[in-house]
Write a protein that binds this ligand. Structure first.
Ligand code: COA
Length: 321
């Protein structure tokens, strides 16, 4: 079950009006196509590990769990501090989680659901008791600020949950994860790995997130709808059995389409994309933490989460709070 949640965002805010001064765009275009109004962006000194550690610390406090009691830290990110070691290892050091295994997961915007699924399996199998799952990104470091089709979409944040054994009533009811590696070119950062030498990657501007927006949009709508429908059907549940749907916060139009697909009324859908933009792996735990804080999620509630991201990857989970 979820013992505690936390979130962290950088201090700096970038509004649509700020973006109007940087690229040829308008506040109206961004709002109409995405629903986004502002996003938090990291300063030069901010690191993904520090944001993730801050979110993790808050989640541990909420769970009233000392960091030494963690058996694992699973960190979902595509913007880790360095290629290796894992960002999770930096976070482990920052938190003093001396007894934890620590590793990263790369599943883009679905990373948190992948991490949740794995954490739940570790706990269910008895291999772990307490697992910290974090989704954290500084996407603005891989944003091409000359590409108006992508730079208006993303923001930086971290969200975290502490997972412990269920009590028979509360906990992760089910998770579902999928991917389709045939679609990698549609959303990726082509440089920065071993495929293209660094000097070539920098010279050819391959160190930035690249996206075929329209194609990604179509796949996201289908996959998120499929994932939500699949997990409800598999568990003999309908929208009426769900108190809150927390979809990955990429775009208001994708959120609306997902809700419609499973006949979920919009008042049961959590939306904060207007304030943060797309924060990839951070978006669902961030929204979950906010929803618990502002009362949209209450003890006893059943929550459906669903996400889609680069890879492509997609997935869903049902959690009883
Ligand atoms: N401001 C103003 N105009 C813009 C713009 C911006 N920031 N970005 C693109 N445009 C222009 C395009 O150049 C194009 O102009 P043209 O018709 O003269 O060629 C026009 O707007 C339409 O572009 P298109 O890409 O077809 O727009 P769209 O309706 O598909 O919206 C996205 C673009 C990116 C908002 C939309 O495709 C989307 O949300 N995709 C999914 C993105 C996503 O969520 N990714 C992460 C998944 S986890």
């Amino acid at each position: 079950m979820i013992l505690g949640t936390g979130r962290a965002v950088p201090k700096r805010v970038l509004t649509n009006a700020d973006l109007e001064k940087m690229v040829e765009t308008t506040d109206q275009w961004i709002r109409e196509r995405t629903g986004i109004e502002r996003r938090f962006i990291a300063d030069d000194k901010d690191t993904t590990s520090a944001l993730c550690a801050e979110a993790g610390r808050v989640a541990l406090q909420a769970a009233q769990l000392p960091a030494e009691k963690l058996d694992a830290i699973i960190l979902a990110t595509v913007t880790g501090d360095v290629t290796f070691p894992s960002t999770a290892c930096y976070v482990q050091e920052m938190l003093g989680a001396t007894n934890a295994a620590a590793f990263d997961i790369s599943a883009a915007c679905t990373g948190f659901i992948y991490g949740l699924s794995l954490a739940d399996s570790l706990i269910a199998s008895g291999k772990a008791q307490h697992v910290l799952v974090i989704g954290g990104e500084i996407l603005t470091r891989i944003t091409d600020w000359t590409d108006r089709a992508t730079c208006v979409l993303f923001g930086d944040a971290a969200g975290a949950i502490v997972l412990g054994p269920g009590d028979g009533q509360r906990g992760v009811i089910d998770t579902f994860i999928k991917s389709d590696g045939r679609l990698t070119p549609l959303l990726c950062m082509p440089g920065g790995g071993t495929k293209v030498p660094y000097d070539v990657a920098v010279a050819e501007r391959l160190m930035f997130l690249k996206m075929e927006g329209r194609e990604v949009f179509k796949h996201a709508v289908t996959a998120m709808g499929d994932a939500a429908e699949h997990i409800l059907t598999k568990n003999n549940l309908t929208a009426a059995d769900i108190n809150l749907l927390i979809p990955h916060q990429a775009n208001m139009r994708i959120i609306n389409a997902t809700a419609k697909r499973v006949s979920m009324p919009l008042e049961k859908v959590y939306v904060n994309v207007q304030n943060y933009g797309n924060t990839s792996a951070a978006s669902i735990p961030l929204a979950m933490d906010e929803a618990l804080e502002n009362g949209r999620l209450q003890p006893g509630d059943r929550c459906l989460i669903v996400a889609f991201g680069g890879g492509f990857t997609w997935g869903s989970a049902i959690i009883q709070f």
